[in-house]
Design a protein around this ligand. Sequence first.
Ligand SMILES: NC(=O)c1ccc[n+]([C@@H]2O[C@H](COP(=O)([O-])OP(=O)(O)OC[C@H]3O[C@@H](n4cnc5c(N)ncnc54)[C@H](O)[C@@H]3O)[C@@H](O)[C@H]2O)c1
Length: 269
Amino acid sequence: MTAHLHDNFDWNAVGDKLTNTVTLVVGGARGTGKTTADNLLQLGARVAISDLNKERVDAVAEEFKHYGDRFLGVAGDATRPDDAERVAAQTVEKFGALHNVVYSAGAYRAQRPTLEIASEEWDLIIDSNLKGAFISYQATIPHIAKSGGGALVSISSLAGRTSSPFLGCHYSAAKAGILGLTRHIAKEFGPQNIRANSICPGGIIGVRMNDLLTDLHREADLVELAKQTPLGRNVYEQDVVGATLFLLSDLSRFITGATLDVNGGILTL
Ligand SMILES: NC(=O)c1ccc[n+]([C@@H]2O[C@H](COP(=O)([O-])OP(=O)(O)OC[C@H]3O[C@@H](n4cnc5c(N)ncnc54)[C@H](O)[C@@H]3O)[C@@H](O)[C@H]2O)c1
């Protein structure tokens, strides 16, 4: 069978498109969000990060100084519409466009029994992990549409597919909710050339997991989890970055509303 021209990738164009886009990483001052921003910057893209924690934003700005004018760091609470709109406006003002958003923000608390979770803690986890994505997408989608379209990547979790051995019911609820939000956005904004997909990582080796397991006195559990994982190890930040770059790039140009598991096979659905 002869291949049609439109079936072939123009590999330069795929790379160029990722490099020439502007991406906002919400919750980008630490962990996977920061590593995602760093990788996009290494590829030559223009990247803004926003984060609730101003000290972390300032520290990243210092660390990313060598990227010069291609980087912007803004402090802001993703759950507040005024902050989210300011972050989006500052990004567009600096870079002249906005194409992609990676929502990697969220608070967490070590697991405790459901009956002992205070409603304030429920609100904190749901707001930062779910409402913040809704508010951030509301603030950025009009800019993305004006820029000709782009891609949204929501970082959910294995906890949103099942439940977590380390985090509570609110976290699983928020992460399951983000899958629904992202699917809805995919349908509603597909006609404006905006794709929206979610990633569900298993426990990622990094600062958050370290603090969490120390709090729970369950450091050995990570070794156990690695043993139970078909690919034989825990998740690295770079595994999530790879999936994110795929979903931001034209390699996934016809994928929207999807949920991509990055868990080494520990859960297969
Ligand atoms: N670490 C893991 O094992 C793991 C596993 C699966 C999914 N995830 C998810 O991946 C994402 C990144 O995880 P991580 O470990 O890199 O997280 P992290 O805790 O290292 O970083 C999250 C960042 O989000 C920021 N943040 C929190 N609330 C915010 C708000 N309201 N507005 C703006 N910023 C806010 C924090 O200040 C922090 O810098 C999170 O959504 C997390 O739930 C993490």
